[in-house]
Design a protein around this ligand. Structure first.
Ligand code: DX5
Ligand code: ZN
Length: 215
């Protein structure tokens, strides 16, 4: 059974309540929330007040993916708006070890995200501290982009690193995930699939989530 983290970025922002009720009733293991600041990525999405409102309706853990510069400044705000997992980008943290410790001290699960051009091997010295690694399979900033196939080999390499170490980190992959790319990723060792466009553009989003969960 694969864990699925549907990305609400592809939901209908005028009908978030309806979309959240669908996710609550689905086989999703968590809900992926994409925060963009217009600096780290060339797009702006939503922020803390929206996440806080979502947390009052969502019955699944919130998987918050921060595509923002210097995310360590916001650890307590992310916790206070109801996040279970705080994902920070490797490329956005000068003092990554400190940020990871702060996330855990705040009572959240710590996840580090790597952009497509960042070698997963750069995480070797922090892997045992992490609850999750998020491999980007698109350049972050937009939903509905084309999957970058190299993510499959990156997942395989990270799986081998984790399995040969003391780390229990889960591997999540984000961007361009559908039934076909999802299958390849699970075979390569992914534990959690993020999917936005594939889920929310499906005629039956719950069925699309169930399909990914069955991989
Ligand atoms: C992209 C975001 C993704 C996005 C995925 O920057 O991090 O979470 O919503 O969307 P799809 O699944 O449509 O590629
Ligand atoms: Zn994301």
């Amino acid at each position: 059974m694969t864990q699925v983290s549907p990305s609400l970025l592809s939901g209908d922002f005028c009908r978030l309540y309806r979309d959240l009720e669908m996710l609550n009733a689905s086989e999703a293991s968590m809900i992926h929330l994409d925060v963009m600041d217009g600096v780290f990525v060339p797009n702006i999405s939503f922020g803390f007040p929206v996440i806080k409102a979502i947390s009052t309706i969502a019955t699944k853990p919130l998987d918050v993916h921060l595509m923002i510069v210097d995310p360590g400044r916001y650890v307590s705000q992310v916790r206070d708006c109801g996040a279970t997992i705080m994902n920070v980008h490797y490329e956005a943290c000068t003092h990554l070890d400190r940020v990871v410790q702060q996330i855990k001290q705040a009572g959240m699960k710590a996840a580090v995200t790597v952009n497509p051009a960042t070698p997963v091997e750069l995480l070797s010295d922090i892997l045992d501290q992490l609850d999750m690694v998020l491999i980007m399979s698109v350049n972050p900033g937009f939903g509905g982009q084309k999957f970058i196939p190299r993510a499959i080999d990156r997942t395989r390499r990270l799986r081998a690193m984790i399995d040969s170490s003391a780390s229990n980190a889960l591997i999540e992959v984000d961007g361009g995930v559908n039934l076909s790319t999802g299958r390849d990723l699970v075979e390569a060792g992914a534990d959690i699939l993020v999917a936005g466009n594939y889920v929310f553009s499906a005629p039956d989003p719950k069925e699309a989530i169930a399909g990914l969960a069955a991989l």
